[in-house]
Design a protein around this ligand. Structure first.
Ligand SMILES: [Zn+2]
Length: 526
């Protein structure tokens, strides 16, 4: 009985969406004035309060960070930011990074980083446990950092947050001062900006914390090494160890450059750069790109042969680009990184006359005989290639003048840091016709990839309907706005007619619970 009623309710709701949409299809979207007269607006103060961090639900992981901070006297901001920089707070189930580091805190065992063994010694916990037990992994990192802090400060723990900068730099286990500095810079950038993500259904966050890092001797470290210049304008130059690549004179030596090969670092940006500088690595790539801001470091000159493809013929005829992140966690593949990488790939293709297609721009996993899976299914090839080829693209944000329309029931918010632009619109779910519409000027009829961008939060809707007016009628795509925030999410490929019309909408009519979000949409010509 109960089930029947539920199914009935759901069917009514689904049909209600269809009706709502077909009505909206015929009419132009309602103006703000029309809606304001008929609907009582939600008080924005109420909404602001419900969207504050008070609604976040701390869980197991937050508890582990707090306990370790208390037990070892390491600021919880430092522990959380190091964890975010290393793993985005995702445990990799005992699997090592490329640098042989483990767990959320990347306790490592490699020629320059011995934090795993050190943590085992300090905690008297087996190495195996530190690799797989999330709580012990965080405790282990805290113990190693506390020991280093005491070593640096005559047996005492620093009282100022900024004084932990040099401790973090040491914790990186980086082989050079430059990469140690980059690592600590990134950790303190995260502390300054804050971070949030939903980790297996649990909210984990770090509130933005003002801090002035005490750089100490790292203030003297030069950002770019002087003895060579990168091929790519805007890249930093940090050479790989000369034992990790083959000196050549491409293409003058007759070896043409025919491919760009896309990789995932399976480790942090600074850690990867440090690893390619290490003579025992026996691997390298021409370029490494950072997730958070798309910063590019060149490590092998284009004319030389980097060791990245696992296939000598492909090494000889390619340029390799490493992207900071992990194959099993696509949240590392940020929009900023896609853009920076696509600009680099386009530049390489133009330089060497490489066709900008998927025959020549390939993933490591697509190299014949490859044993690696990077960049994996989380890499958005359609989007990446549209950036490389500069396919005609239209973006409409909720702040784009004259191209976004809602009723007064939709409120503006700017709280969530995963937003596109400066803000986004929020509404409670309700079985009413109250769609937030985007107006797009489609120059030519044809097939388009349609993307949406939303900030994600566990309090948002698990089935937010996006309505798309195609040449074959309205299509509705349900999206889970609790996840996949802060990036373009492909809704699908649809046939759109030419003209300047209100063709993409976000509906409040959903069977899911939690706020529905309207932020930005994008269409890219196929
Ligand atoms: Zn690879």
């Amino acid at each position: 009985m109960r089930l029947n009623r539920w199914i009935l309710g759901w069917l009514v709701m689904v049909c209600g969406v269809c009706m709502t949409l077909s009505q909206s299809w015929a009419a132009s979207p309602p103006t703000k004035h029309e809606w304001a007269s008929s609907v009582q607006p939600v008080k924005s103060s109420v909404l602001k309060q419900t969207l504050s961090e008070k609604t976040l639900r701390a869980g197991r992981l937050t508890g582990y960070f707090q306990q370790a901070a208390k037990e070892f006297g390491v600021p919880v901001q430092v522990l959380k930011a190091v964890g975010y920089a290393e793993s985005r707070w995702m445990d990799h189930g005992g699997k090592p990074s490329q640098l042989n580091g483990y767990g959320i805190m990347h306790l490592a065992d490699n020629p320059t980083n011995h934090s795993l063994k050190e943590a085992a010694r300090l905690l008297r916990v087996p190495v195996k446990t530190l690799k797989t037990d999330v709580q012990q992994n965080i405790r282990g990192a805290a113990a190693v950092m506390a020991q280093e802090a005491r070593r640096q400060h005559a047996g005492r723990l620093p009282s100022k947050l900024g004084d932990w900068y040099t401790v973090v730099a040491a914790y990186s286990g980086a082989g050079s001062d430059l990469t140690a500095k980059w690592y600590a810079d990134e950790v303190f950038r995260i502390i300054q900006h804050g971070a949030y993500r939903s980790v297996r259904g649990e909210d984990v966050w770090l509130s933005p914390t003002p801090v002035t890092p005490n750089l100490s001797r790292y203030a003297e470290v030069k950002g770019v090494l002087p003895f060579a210049t990168p091929d790519y304008p805007g890249a930093s130059w940090v050479p790989a160890n000369s034992g990790n690549y083959t000196t050549a004179n491409r293409e003058a030596d007759g070896n043409t450059i025919n491919y760009v090969i896309i990789h995932t670092t399976e480790g942090s940006y600074a850690g990867t750069i440090s690893w390619f500088q290490n003579p025992s690595a026996n691997v390298s790539a021409h370029y490494v790109i950072r997730s958070s801001d798309g910063a590019i470091t060149q490590m092998v000159q284009n004319q030389d042969i980097a060791w990245h493809a696992g296939n000598w013929d492909y090494n000889v005829h390619s340029i390799g680009i490493e992207h900071e992140g992990y194959v099993n966690d696509p949240s590392w593949y940020t929009d900023t990184m896609y853009r920076a990488s696509a600009n680099l790939t386009r530049w390489i293709c133009d330089m060497y006359g490489i066709p900008k297609d998927r025959e020549h721009i390939i993933g490591h996993s697509e190299v014949p005989g490859a044993t690696h899976t990077d960049p994996g299914p989380g890499w958005d090839w359609n989007y990446y290639m549209s950036l490389v080829t500069q396919a005609p693209t239209i973006i409409v944000d909720n702040a784009t003048a004259g191209r976004f329309s809602t009723s007064a029931n939709w409120q503006v918010s700017s709280w969530n840091t995963q937003k596109y632009g400066s803000d986004y619109h929020v509404a409670s779910p309700s079985p009413v016709s109250d769609v937030a519409w985007y107006r797009l000027n489609i120059a030519a009829a044809g097939n388009y990839d349609i993307y949406a961008w939303w900030p994600a939060n566990s309090g948002y809707n698990s089935a937010t309907p996006f309505v798309i007016k195609t040449t074959t009628g309205n299509k509705t795509v349900y999206t889970d706005q609790r996840v996949n925030g802060g990036k373009w999410v492909l809704l699908g490929t649809y046939s759109l007619g030419a003209g300047d019309n209100w063709i993409i909408g976000v509906s409040r009519w959903t069977s899911g619970s939690g706020y529905v979000i309207a932020d930005a949409v994008k269409v890219v010509k196929r």
